[in-house]
Design a protein around this ligand. Structure first.
Ligand SMILES: Cc1ncc(COP(=O)(O)O)c(C=O)c1O
Length: 427
């Protein structure tokens, strides 16, 4: 197998257009010369030196750059090896922060149904994805789950988007009050929901109301941008478009762009200061934290995004993709909603557009779409359980930022073919 720009070519020479970067990873395609050069050069210079002994230059430079790109209050970064590890570290840091502050009773986390934050036990514990949790439920720490902000399914007909956003956010306040405000450490949410429900963009005032509630009760806001960050939505951090700044933001997937496994958390000065003036040291560590080759790769990815003006390209190509999706699927009988932002888009598939009734999950429509897309030479990221954790199907699209208009034509054409074939026999 090999990569060629936005294509993956299998061992038999068949070309697949990577319309989703696998699960939202390969944001620069599969053969970016500057990124490959940076990782090769770092491997030749120094592949690994344990952060217990040494810092390393790419780690320092990447931390500086990510902090520079973030609002002023987010000042420090920590690098791990995956999105799950970033979420895990964020949860532990939230705990440590409150212990350092003399509030050790703040031990609870609140998150949302239909969310996904990773597959390690801590990260899965705060994930609301019913199907991924089920087997491990007895092992997971208790987490209060509130409703997602999911306008297509939860906004009432008599509600304006802002009203709905506020109503959805107020569930957090009720959850904090019922848990006991002094016992809640953090609320964690994906700024734009990715894998579980498919590019669900929050209602306009949702995150501003959430931020106000967190501040009122001294609860940390952790935004998980493992899938939607790194420029995917047209701004470097997705939260920039929501008018809020979190206390911790997690990144992964697009940071290594598939060239290296790397995750990160960017943390507020307030949290770092509490640790600095308290015990003085982070009580968390893993062997591969701050891995030099991974950080050099991440640095090259961020520089490529900036040097190649890819945020503007994501916005431009995002609009072009949205137009093509709306032209092709806008009147489709089984496409309930076309939604997204930047180059993160999804189709929610329904049996009946009027009632929004999903297909029977026994058909596993999402898996049929994945299979047919592969057959058509397209990689996309379909998922099930969209509507309520068990029923519903969507297809997530996350093409590389350096995609061209003709790739978008090809993507939508192949997707239409895949969906038509997947629906064949179900109707
Ligand atoms: C929002 C979000 N957080 C965390 C994760 C976990 O990342 P990883 O699979 O790299 O551990 C994912 C993976 O899909 C994700 O989408």
């Amino acid at each position: 197998m090999r990569g060629d720009g936005p294509y993956i070519i299998d061992s038999e020479g068949k070309r697949y257009l990577d319309g989703s970067g696998g699960p939202g990873v390969s944001c620069l395609g599969h053969s970016h010369p500057a990124v490959i050069k940076a990782l090769r050069t770092q491997a030749e210079t120094l592949a690994y030196a344990w952060t217990g002994f040494f810092t390393n230059e790419p780690m320092e430079s990447l931390a500086d750059l990510l902090a520079e790109l973030a609002p002023a209050s987010l000042t420090h970064a920590l690098f791990v090896s995956s999105g799950s590890a970033a979420v895990e570290a964020a949860l532990k840091l939230a705990r440590q922060y409150f212990v350092e502050k003399g509030e050790p009773e703040r031990t609870k986390f609140i998150s949302r149904r239909a969310s996904y934050h990773g597959n390690t036990l801590g990260a899965l514990g705060v994930s609301g994805h019913t199907l991924r949790r089920a087997l491990y439920a007895p092992l997971l720490a208790e987490t209060e789950l509130i409703s997602p902000c999911y306008p297509y399914r939860h906004q009432r007909e008599d509600e304006a988007p802002e009203q709905y956003g506020e109503r959805a956010a107020l569930e957090l306040e009720r959850a904090i009050v019922s848990a006991g405000p002094d016992t809640v450490a953090a609320f964690i949410a994906e700024t734009i929901v990715g894998a579980t429900a498919g590019a669900v963009v929050p209602a306009p005032s949702y995150f501003r109301t959430i931020r106000g509630i967190c501040d009122r009760y001294g609860v940390l806001l952790i935004l998980d941008e493992v899938l939607c960050g790194m420029g995917r939505t047209g701004t470097f951090y997705a939260f920039e478009q929501e008018g809020v700044v979190p206390d911790i933001v997690t990144l992964a997937k697009g940071l290594g762009a598939g060239y290296q496994p790397i995750g990160a958390l960017i943390v507020s000065e307030t949290i770092v200061e509490a640790v600095r003036h308290g015990s003085g040291k982070l009580r968390h560590g893993q062997t591969y934290m701050g891995h030099a080759v991974a950080c050099a790769t991440g640095l090259a990815v961020v520089r490529a995004i900036l040097d190649e003006d890819l945020l503007a390209k994501v916005q431009r190509m995002g609009e072009a993709l949205a137009d093509r999706l709306k032209d092709t699927f806008g009147d489709h009988l089984h496409v309930g909603e076309i939604r997204g932002r930047g180059l993160l888009w999804a189709l929610e598939l329904v049996r009946d557009r009027a009632t929004k009734a999903p297909f029977d999950p026994k058909h596993q429509l999402y898996a049929r779409v994945r299979r047919e897309a592969l057959r058509a030479g397209l990689l996309c990221y379909p998922g099930g359980g969209t509507a309520d954790g068990e029923r519903g199907d969507h297809v997530l699209l996350a093409p590389p930022y350096n995609v061209e208009a003709h790739h978008l034509d090809e993507l939508v054409e192949k997707l239409e073919l895949a969906i038509t074939r997947a629906l064949n026999g179900l109707l």
